[in-house]
Design a protein around this ligand. Sequence first.
Ligand code: HAM
Length: 430
Amino acid sequence: MIQKPKGTRDFLPKESKKIRQTEQVFLKIAEQCGFKEMRFPMFEKTELFERGVGETTDVVRKEMFRVISAANLEKYKEGQYDLKKEGMTLRPEQTASIIRSFIENKMYADAQPTKVFSVGSNFRNERPQAGRFREFTQFDVEVFGSLEAFTDAEVIQVGWELIQQLGITQSTLYINSIGCPQCRPAFHQALKDFAKPKLEHMCPDCQDRYEKNPLRLLDCKVPEDQAAMQGHPQSIDYLCPACEQHFEQVKQALEIMEIPYTIDGQLVRGLDYYVRTVFEYKYEGLGSQNALGGGGRYDGLIASLGGPDLPGIGFGMGMDRLIIAQDLQTKQSEQTARSGIYLVPLGDEAKPQAIRVLDRLRKQGLVVEMEVMNRSMKSAFKYADKMNYRYIIIIGESELQSGSALLKDLQDSTQEQVAFNALEDYTWNR
Ligand code: HAM
C-alpha cells in the first residue's frame, strides 16, 4: 500500500470543517481591516526564492522542494537544462510570490497602500515533528507602500485579533527591531566580534554564516553553537535615530490598541528580507515549535526583486499550529471549567432529603448528580473533583438537624451552610 509522504497529512471531514471555520475567522478580520485576497502559483522560479527569501537562509539552503518535469529531467541529465536559471520550486512561503505578482501585474501603479492577504499551502523539507510539517498552510497578510509605524501595528493587530478570536488566549506577542541598512553594519560587526573567539569550535555552516551573513549565526540549531551565542549583542542597542523613533511609534500604537507585547532582543527571524520591526506570536503549549506566526517589515525587498522602491510589511500565520493550539487550549479550559452539583447524602436517613433537593434543583434546569456508590465522604469528594463538578452538597445528620445543607464550591474553595428551602434561590454559577 502506498502511504502519504512523510510530513504531510490527510484532512478527514471533521478536520476539514475546522479548517474551513478557522479560515472564516481569518477572512472576516482581514476584510474588516481592508485587506483583499490574492492567489498565485504553488511553484515559482527557484531564483525568486533565492533572491527573495535569501541565499544564506536555511529555507533556501536546505529546505526547498525543487520540482522538475520528466522531460526537463532528461534534458538536465544531458546537460541541456540550466537548473539555476530555469529551475522551479514549490513555494516555501508566500511573501516572495505576492511581491513577484505585485510587480508583474504593475499593482504599484494603483493608489497605495496595497493591502493583500492569501491563504494556501507552503512546502519545506524540514524534519517532521509535532507542529512541523512538510506541507503546511499559512494565512499571509502584506501591506505595500506605507512607512507609517501605525501600519506595523495594524498588521500585528490582524494576527493578534485572529489568535484572540480563536480563543488561544495564552499566547504572547514578541517584538523587536533589527534596524535598517544604515544601522545594520554596526550590529553585524558586533555579532562578528562576539562570535570570533568561539568560531573555530562552531559548525561549518556557522563559519559560512560568519562570513556571509552574521545575523544567521543566531539561527543555528546545533546546541553547542546556540550556547556559544548566548548573551550575543542585541540589535535594539545599535538602532539609528530614525529606526529608534519608528520602533517607539510602533510600541505606542500597540499600547493604544491595548495589544500586550514583550520585547525580545533575541528575535531576528529566519528569513533575510526583514528590516526594522520583526514580531512573532507564540503559544508555549506547542512545545519546541511554538511560533504560531511571525513577520516583519521588508522595506528594500520590492526594489531588490525588480519593482519600485516601496516599503512592505506582513506576517505569515501557521494555520496548522493555530488549530493545534486552539484544541490544546479548549481541552485545558474544559478541564478547568467546573460545572454542576454533586450531592452526597451521609447515611440512609439523609437520602430522602437529598433526593428532594436533587429533584427540585433539576427541575430548575441545573445539572445535579447524587452519590449512589456508598463511597466514603473522602472518596466521594475525590470523585466529584475528578468529574469536574463545581459544587458539592453534603447532607448528613447535623445538616438534617439544622435544616441546612453544607455547600462547597470546588472552584473558589469556599463553603457555606445554605437552608434547604433557600437552595432553589441560590445564585449558582452554571
Ligand atoms: P515564517 O516564520 O517562516 O515566516 O513562517 C510563518 C509561520 O508559518 C511560522 O510561525 C509557523 O507558524 C508556520 N510554519 C513555518 N514552517 C512551518 C512548518 N514546517 N510546519 C508548520 N508550520 C510552519 C514566513 O514564512 C514569512 N513569509 C512571513 C511574512 C510574511 N513575513 C512578512 N510577510
